[in-house]
Structures are given as structure tokens and as C-alpha cells.
Design a protein around this ligand. Sequence first.
Ligand SMILES: Cc1cc2nc3c(=O)[nH]c(=O)nc-3n(C[C@H](O)[C@H](O)[C@H](O)COP(=O)(O)OP(=O)(O)OC[C@H]3O[C@@H](n4cnc5c(N)ncnc54)[C@H](O)[C@@H]3O)c2cc1C
Length: 257
Amino acid sequence: MGERVEEHLKAHGVTLHLGASVERLRGDDAGRVEAVVCEDGDLAVDAAMVGIGLRPNSDLVADAVDLGETGAIAVDDYGRTSADGVYAAGDCAEIDHVVTGEPTWNTLGLPANRAGRAIGQTVAGDPEPIGTVADTSVVKAFDLECGRAGVTDLDVARDAGFDPVSETITAGSRSGYYPGSAETTVTLVADRDTGRLLGGTIVGADRAAVRIDTVATALASELTVAEVERLDLGYAPPFSPVWDPILTAAKVLRGSL
Ligand SMILES: Cc1cc2nc3c(=O)[nH]c(=O)nc-3n(C[C@H](O)[C@H](O)[C@H](O)COP(=O)(O)OP(=O)(O)OC[C@H]3O[C@@H](n4cnc5c(N)ncnc54)[C@H](O)[C@@H]3O)c2cc1C
């Protein structure tokens, strides 16, 4: 996925300095940024956006409730913290990962919103679990859409006790003869012992991102790769090839398994 995004960015005139270690930003006398100072030289810039990761903002309650290993607030299946009558949800709190079953830190809108609603229902007397996350996320770079869900890093899968097998395919997004078809690259990861789907990524310019929802649904249902291959996904030439790219990837991965 990264390689395709890299090519696409370059084709749109973006210069990438990958692996360059940033030391600081340098400003002019008026306090306006003029360069990014790197180990191996300065890059002149008009503006800088800093994206260096996130951490949970849980200091406010760190003395009052237990934090998890991620640094976010530890909660049970209903969003209850260690303090009686105190609930937590969203960017400040942990939530269980659907594949590993372990508490994870997810900073996305749907899980926060959903957990908030569930907690509202619970405190109103009708307990509702906050659910799990597959860390499903979608982004766009110029025309290229990317999606990911589940465990896609093989080392992470091994650490979680799986024996991961991965396959990558590239297929059309529509029937080949139909206008608008675009190359769609899908990677799926599964556990060798059980055949269970662990995660996937997708990248392409024609409605690729929404296709990751098939993977997210399969993960929530703990489907095997064979079961994914047998899903009855919609087909008509304007929308998909006969075999949706996700199904083609499942077919190939099943062969490897
Ligand atoms: C630029 C940006 C783009 C994003 N895009 C996406 C996206 O495309 N898809 C996606 O799924 N997610 C996206 N997210 C993430 C998503 O917005 C968050 O995961 C979500 O808003 C978390 O909800 P929350 O209620 O936990 O926290 P928030 O929405 O941050 O709400 C917390 C509230 O608490 C208030 N607050 C904080 N401290 C105190 C205090 N001491 N006293 C009183 N009030 C306080 C804050 O002002 C804020 O209103 C994006 C986030 C950012 C910043």
C-alpha cells in the first residue's frame, strides 16, 4: 500500500524525504518557519505541519482511575472504569481489539461515538456493551483511496499468538470492459492454523476505501478466509468484477494456506 501511495504522491509532484531525521524547525526573525532542519541538511519550506504521533490525554484522571498499558483509561466491556460510577469512552479510554482480544488505544470517531451512546444506555438502566474495534481506517491521497482493518503487521500478529500468512493481489475495480475500472490492490492476512482472517489493506482510485468494510465485517464475525471467499458480494459491471477484489484476494490467500 505504501509503495502505491508513494508513486501516486510523486506523480502529483510531491517530493518525499523518507527516512530523513528531523532535528528542529528554523524560523526567521519574524517567527515564521523557513526551514526544516534535518540531520543531512536543511529543507526550505513555506509552512510546516508536524505529525509525530499521539498519546492519551488521561492526566486529568490518572489519580482517580486505573490506566491501562496503553496509557489510556482502562475500562470493562461496558465502559466502566475502576472507580465506582465513573465511565470512560473515546480518545481517553481503551477498547478491546476484535482480533487480538486485548485492550487497545483507538483514536477514531465511530468507536468514540458508539461507546458514548452505549454508556448512555447503560447508565439509563439498559446495559449495552461498548463493542470492539478492528482499527478500521480510511484515507485519501489525491485520487488514491486507502483502507485498512484488523492486524496487518505480521510481527504484531505473531506477538498475538497467530501464525500469519499474507497475500497481495491487484485486480480491476469493475468489469474490465466497463469504463472507470482502476487497479485495486488488496492484501489479506490470515492465521495458518485456523484459517481465520486477521486483517487487510486496500488501495485504489475507484471506490477502494469502502471495500475495507467487507474486511471489517468479516473480522467482527471471525470468518475464515474460506468463508470470506464464499461471501455473496454484489456484482454488476459498473460496480465490480464478477469476483470483488476482496474475494479474489481471499481465493489466492486460501491457496497459500
Ligand atoms: C483533524 C482531525 C481529523 C480527524 N479525522 C477523523 C476521521 O476522518 N475519521 C475518524 O474516525 N476520526 C477522525 N478523527 C478522530 C476523531 O475526531 C476522534 O477520535 C473523536 O473526536 C474522539 O471523540 P472524543 O469524544 O473521545 O473526544 P473529543 O471529540 O476530542 O471530545 C473531547 C471534548 O472534551 C473537551 N475537554 C477536554 N478537556 C476538558 C476539560 N478538562 N474540561 C472540560 N472539557 C474538556 C474538549 O474540548 C472536547 O470538546 C480526527 C481527529 C482530528 C483531530
